[in-house]
Design a protein around this ligand. Structure first.
Ligand code: PLP
Length: 380
């Protein structure tokens, strides 16, 4: 049987060998990181080493990092109306319309306190509209992702940060898809809070982090209350094995970023050149700066759900829009926010690559697509 081609790295990335090795060793650590004895201190050492590695991957300080159960929890923790900076509070939340559902849900803000910031047809936040939203009302917590999980479009975070701070607000950046794919520097970005997740960069699933980069930010309302772990910001015994894997994956992904990103860009160009040679293909957000590994495209008239199954039978794993929402046959909220018509949005297929993707994988995916697309178009 021919080997499979995995082109769904934005849904999750296969575990990096470096992460597997440290996780395997960490499984044998018997102690609890909060215990003072030697076994406990060994577990603590592993957690703190990983914290330093994750912090280094975004050029933050180690004690900015709070480990969580993933990007979803970090977003939920970040989006709360309780943050303050001095006497300033943030009683409203502005989220970009293309955020991951875990940010769009608004965290602990009441629905009436949440406003959506619109995006342009190219899939990037409309800064003029954001400026208008900021000007009407009290200081806001604003949540904008660095790179979109569906289109790969990179958002103008630096410019948004200036507008938000000038208006007295604070900025949360969901950098889950950007980590390891584009250089990340917490200070240069201008973010006050940053969400990260391990499994998109070849770490394990179920572990992530919230970086509280702005040290003036205060809150007394952790999502999980109980023990004093994570400096009283996230109760619960640390997931030592997962955290060890996250640290190792972050070090590997970011240590090799320029090289890996170059390879991914070449693969993406090869894929998009192949798609462009076929009639009727639309690549979404093509005019925007994008992640080097993501292509969201559609062939009008071909249902994405059917195409994903047909490609799977040909040995090629891809997704239709966001994997988190696969199973629900709804056009993507990201494409809707970009003003893409429903029919075309229903045809959207995402191919995303990673450190182990080879040219041959791209060629096989293109070959499968060439074979299937004509047939699928006729039968639908
Ligand atoms: N944010 C973005 C942009 C994502 O793509 C995802 C996962 O798809 C998440 C947050 C959620 O992360 P996790 O799966 O670790 O909960």
């Amino acid at each position: 049987m021919a080997s499979r081609v995995y082109l769904d790295w934005n849904a999750t990335a296969p575990l990096r060998p470096e992460a597997r090795a440290v996780m395997s060793a960490a499984l044998d650590i018997g102690g609890n990181p909060s215990s003072v004895h030697m076994e406990g201190r060994e577990a603590r050492r592993v957690v703190e080493q990983a914290r330093a590695q994750v912090a280094a991957s975004i050029n933050a300080r180690a004690d900015d990092i709070i480990f969580t159960s993933g990007g979803t929890e970090a977003n939920a923790q970040a989006l709360m109306p309780d943050w303050s900076v001095g006497s300033r509070t943030f009683r409203r939340l502005i989220v970009s319309a293309i955020e991951h559902p875990s940010a769009l849900a608004g965290g602990r803000f009441a629905a009436a306190q949440v406003v959506k910031a619109s995006v342009t047809g190219d899939g990037v936040v409309d800064l003029e509209k954001l400026r208008d939203l900021l000007a009407t009302g009290e200081p806001a917590l604003v949540s904008i992702m660095l790179a979109n999980n569906e289109t790969g479009a990179i958002q103008p975070i630096g410019e948004a940060a200036v507008l938000i701070h000038q208006a007295g607000g604070v900025l949360h950046v969901d950098a889950v898809q950007a980590l390891g794919r584009v250089p990340l520097d917490a200070a240069a970005l201008g973010a006050d809070l940053i969400t990260l997740s391990a499994h998109k960069i070849g770490g394990p699933k179920g572990v992530g982090a919230l970086a509280i980069v702005n040290r003036d930010l205060r809150s007394s309302w952790p999502l999980l209350r109980g023990g004093g772990q994570e400096r009283n910001r996230r109760a619960g015994t640390e997931n030592v094995v997962g955290i060890a894997g996250f640290g190792s994956a972050a070090a590997a992904a970011c240590g090799n970023l320029a090289h890996e990103a170059g390879l991914l860009r070449r693969l993406r160009d090869r894929l998009e050149a192949g798609l462009a040679s076929l009639p009727g293909i639309t690549v979404f957000a093509a005019a925007s700066p994008r992640l080097p590994n993501t292509t969201l495209f559609a062939l009008d008239g071909v249902r994405a759900e059917t195409a994903v199954i047909a490609l799977d039978l040909e040995g090629v794993a891809v997704s239709s829009g966001a994997a988190c929402s696969s199973g629900k046959v709804q056009p993507s909220h990201v494409l809707a926010a970009m003003g893409i018509n429903q029919e075309l949005a229903r045809a959207a297929i995402r191919m995303s690559t990673g450190y182990a993707t080879k040219e041959g994988d791209i060629d096989r995916a293109l070959e499968a697509w060439r074979k299937l697309s004509g047939v699928l178009r006729k039968t639908q």
